[in-house]
Ligand binder design. Sequence first.
Ligand code: SIN
Length: 283
Amino acid sequence: MIKIEPTGESLGATISNVDMANLDQSAFDEIHAAWLEHLVLRFRGQTLDDTSLAAFSRRFGKLDNAPIGRGGDYPIPDRPEITIISNIIEDGKAIGGLGNSEAVWHSDMTYVDMPPKASLLYGMEIPNTGGDTWFCNMYRVYEDLPEAMKTRIVGLRCKHDSTRTSSGSLRTGFAEQYSPEEQPGEDHPLIVRHPETSRQALYLGRRRNAYIVGMSAADSDVLLDEIWDHANASPHSWAQKWAVGDLVLWDNRCTMHRRDGFDDAERRLMHRTQVQGDIRPAT
Ligand code: SIN
């Protein structure tokens, strides 16, 4: 019997009694339903190699490949679907992305036309302090908006910036600055309807360089600051405090996440997969 223990916060549940290597369809269906209900699932005490991490991830859909590194290859060449998140340096080179710094609130890759539906992060080396990953329930953030604001943002679309990572670094091939209209990225409705639950959520992506289509840059900033102040102050978040062997799965369509920084003298190593989206976000 699969055990589902909600965190008691606005999202998240710990799942146990799961044999990932031998997951039949009914067990998977239970996990899938729990994921839609709790938005973030944590499986503790897992021993996963990259093949089993990818196999479990693939139950949720087709996987994206990891971004190609500066050396021109995938981080793990024979496992292109595995991304490494780490601050570890080997032979003078970073083995993964994001380093040790704080990562700001964001949903993954909302700057493309069909953003990923899910991401999975597996903890392999964990610092003694710091590096917690926070998740926020964007259904609840939307529901808590003042009614006047809900009405005001109906039909508005936001441009999502593709030039910076969540730790603020400029991605390869982009300029430092663009005008709001020319900012590289995709626009999506500010209010989206989840394709599986039909619930409405606020769809913010990330704050930096975001732009409300059709507004002046100044008016767009005023409106976005007001919405982000509301999201930042929201009580609907929960922190995953990592242990080695934790696998965390989140629904990228109705959550944002951020990461606390940690001491660079400590090592943090996570392997990550990303499940492709199959539909454009829509209201
Ligand atoms: C991410 O934003 O995908 C990584 C989060 C983390 O390192 O905890």
